[in-house]
Design a protein around this ligand. Structure first.
Ligand SMILES: *[C@@H]1O[C@H](CO)[C@@H](O)[C@H](O)[C@H]1NC(C)=O
Ligand SMILES: *[C@@H]1O[C@H](CO)[C@@H](O)[C@H](O)[C@H]1NC(C)=O
Ligand SMILES: *[C@@H]1O[C@H](CO)[C@@H](O)[C@H](O)[C@H]1NC(C)=O
Ligand SMILES: *[C@@H]1O[C@H](CO)[C@@H](O)[C@H](O)[C@H]1NC(C)=O
Length: 273
């Protein structure tokens, strides 16, 4: 315990509150991160490697981050309450709880671009496979099929290409520049979606349950389109939760050594000239 603390003190700002030790943020660049400078050539390549290294390290487990969000793969995701009205292909209300997502540990970063204008990010990611397991409660209709049920479900996507657009606001903490992740939008392409909902129609007809699940799998492109808002929101929540926590812990300076300060980027508060 003492050893761990001594090790942490070198790397992290720690505050002692009533004897409880709370980790605030990293004050030294973690050794796994390369040094990248946005105003020098080759930045996008450097940034791409840097984000890959971060993901690899998240998969191994960065203790301070595990303490904050739990393991990265499998990942426990917050509950999803979803409502989609007046859509031609689906009208559904769904709650997903005990959501576990697997596969982010195998993510490959294809490209990480950062805007010099507003420091927003555009990240291209490839996942060979992503699987989501959850308990679901659902009511509504998808592709004209009336659906209601409560039980276990899973959703699997293969060869998933993700385009992630992240907006951030820079802020200052302890002389470092940090990213406050304010919005995450994703676009997805995949080669296959598999899904299964147990206990559809609350178990009233096992035969209809079986044929409905079969229908969704045989017509996965249409089913995906119908469920797309729910799936996008889920994936966006995952990225938002992970990234906002990670970037409150690790200063942006450790990813972009020559990142401007918030004052340099936005001007002084109240200075509108
Ligand atoms: C990209 O970055 C990697 C790791 O830093 C380096 O090995 C590689 O040579 C770079 N490629 C180019 C085209 O600069
Ligand atoms: C989802 O949860 C909310 C709040 O717990 C509940 O009011 C709603 O009925 C649930 N939706 C479904 C489809 O079960
Ligand atoms: C998905 O595929 C479309 C059509 O080929 C393409 O325009 C888009 O850039 C792709 N998006 C991603 C995230 O791969
Ligand atoms: C980050 O942004 C959110 C939403 O805009 C805001 O409520 C929060 O105070 C910001 N946090 C910091 C540290 O700037």
């Amino acid at each position: 315990m003492k050893g761990t603390l001594a090790f942490c003190c070198g790397l992290l700002a720690i505050c002692h509150l009533n004897g409880v030790v709370a980790v605030d943020y990293f004050t030294e660049k973690p050794s796994f991160l390369p040094s990248c400078r946005i105003y020098e050539p080759g930045f996008t390549n450097c940034s791409t490697h840097s984000v890959q290294k971060l993901l690899d390290q998240l998969t191994i487990g960065i203790p301070e981050i595990v303490a904050s969000i739990g393991t990265y793969d499998p990942m426990h995701v917050r509950d999803i309450h979803f409502k989609q009205d007046n859509n031609e292909v689906a009208t559904i209300k769904a709650n997903l709880t005990e959501v576990i997502v697997k596969g982010f540990g195998s993510a490959k970063i294809k490209e990480s671009r950062i805007s010099k204008k507003d420091f927003s990010w555009k990240t291209k990611i490839f996942l060979p496979k992503m699987r989501l397991d959850a308990k679901y409660q659902m009511a509504g209709r998808i592709l004209l099929i009336p659906l209601s049920g409560t039980g276990n479900m899973f959703l699997e996507m293969e060869n998933l290409d993700i385009l992630l657009r992240t907006k951030t606001v820079l802020y200052e903490k302890g002389g470092f520049t940090f990213d406050n992740v304010t919005s995450v939008r994703v676009e997805l392409n995949m080669t296959r979606v598999r899904s299964h909902f147990d206990n559809l129609f609350n178990g009233r007809s096992k035969e209809v349950e079986r044929s409905t699940n079969q229908f969704f799998n045989d017509n996965w492109r249409e089913s995906y389109e119908a469920l797309k808002p729910l799936i996008l929101e889920t994936v966006e929540n995952i990225f938002f939760d992970v990234m906002s926590k990670v970037f409150h812990l690790i200063p942006a300076n450790f990813f972009i050594e020559d990142i401007p300060t918030p004052q340099q980027l936005y001007g002084k508060v109240g200075d509108k000239s």
